[in-house]
Ligand binder design. Structure first.
Ligand code: SF4
Ligand code: SF4
Length: 356
């Protein structure tokens, strides 16, 4: 897709009502956020509405076929959601983060330490700890949990928008870089290689600070990656070419051809129609359940109103009780029924993984 076409799509975004991934109008608190974009996302999924009867039963699809499941293979990556509060209120944030949404409260450094203790006292082969939000650097105890993680010898992957909340911690980040080098990776969400599409999704004045944060990380030789997205009709190749040109012009040391350094995600929309995943799908698609994210990862969340953290099946479905796996990592090692549209669109049909 040419740059002009990309600009036109970003500029043509209509000014109608905005909907969440669940299909309901965004709350006033979120749409009224100072940082919220004023129109719908340029990345929105165009599809018919999801029929009610789909993803209704963990064992059977709407057609009565056996639903696909993913057994835990080995826990390679343990994620922590640091809390849903964010300095931004992006149009299609899958977790509906904003400066006021604390549906997932700030997880404490003590809670994180408890799970790291469980990892160290178990035979689990986990080597990577991931942190996502919201914006992790807004959690007042985030640097403490990050230091604890690295001091214990785990690799750390932090998803950030690289804006002011991160920049406040430059001195401590440089100290972590000095001590732990490239065992710390920061993956910056830069939704598109054009300012117009990025700001249509992330809100006005989000481009320059995000790019400056990314450049700061690159200039100081952090292990850095970018998470990007594709506009409708924009192919992977074109997107990588677009990001490569941006990285070259900004002097950002990321190889846009490396899928681990420029991660391009499929879109998610749980209100849009998508086929359900049956036990036959693995053969049909020549895929293995072992390659799906929840075969090798879990995410710890602390939901508002609950007494303590819980373990969710994955980073994408933090609230659905059907994907709550228990309180401890030992409890959370069971198989996952793929009973959510994200399982189909993002993981099985989109082929994405949240790991570095
Ligand atoms: S920066 Fe990330 S967490 Fe924050 S609103 Fe945007 S997508 Fe959501
Ligand atoms: S969305 Fe989560 S639970 Fe569903 S297949 Fe993907 S990783 Fe597994």
């Amino acid at each position: 897709m040419g740059a002009d076409r990309v600009r036109i799509i970003a500029e043509e975004i209509c000014r109608g009502g905005r909907q969440t991934a669940q299909g309901h109008e965004l709350s006033g608190a979120r749409t009224n956020s100072r940082n919220a974009p004023s129109g719908p996302s340029p990345f929105r999924v165009e599809a018919a509405a999801l029929p009610r009867e789909k993803f209704a039963d963990p064992r059977w699809t709407a057609k009565g076929e056996a639903r696909g499941t993913v057994p835990m293979a080995r826990l390679e990556t343990l994620w922590f959601n640091t809390g849903t509060l964010c300095n931004l209120a992006c149009a299609t944030c899958y977790i509906e983060s904003s400066p006021t949404n604390d549906a997932l409260v700030y997880i404490s450094a003590d809670s994180v330490a408890g799970y790291l203790d469980e990892l160290e006292n178990s035979a689990l082969p986990t080597s990577e700890i991931g942190f996502t939000g919201g914006e992790p650097f807004m959690n007042p105890q985030f640097l403490a949990m990050l230091e604890d993680t690295l001091d214990r010898g785990f690799d750390a992957l932090v998803l950030s928008n690289a804006m002011k909340p991160m920049r406040r911690h430059e001195a401590r980040l440089l100290a972590l870089l000095e001590e732990h080098g490239r065992r710390l990776t920061i993956r910056v969400s830069l939704d598109h290689h054009t300012q117009a599409a990025h700001e249509a999704e992330r809100g006005p004045r989000s481009w320059e600070p995000g790019l400056a944060g990314l450049k700061w990380l690159s200039d100081h030789d952090f292990s850095v990656a970018v998470a990007g997205r594709l506009l409708p009709g924009e192919g992977m190749e074109a997107a990588r070419v677009g990001y490569a040109a941006l990285f070259a012009s900004e002097g950002i040391a990321i190889d846009a051809g490396d899928p681990a350094r420029l991660v391009l995600f499929p879109e998610m929309d749980e209100a849009a129609d998508i086929p359900e995943i049956t036990t036959d799908c693995w053969d049909i698609l020549s895929k293995s359940p072992a390659d799906i994210m929840c075969a090798t990862s879990r995410m710890v969340v602390h939901r508002k109103g609950e007494p303590g953290p819980r373990v969710a099946a994955c980073t994408l479905i933090p609230f659905d009780p059907g994907f709550d796996m228990g309180e401890t990592l030992a409890e959370a090692s069971g198989e996952v029924a793929l009973n959510h549209p994200h399982c189909a669109r993002f993981c099985v049909l989109g082929g994405a993984s949240c790991s570095a």
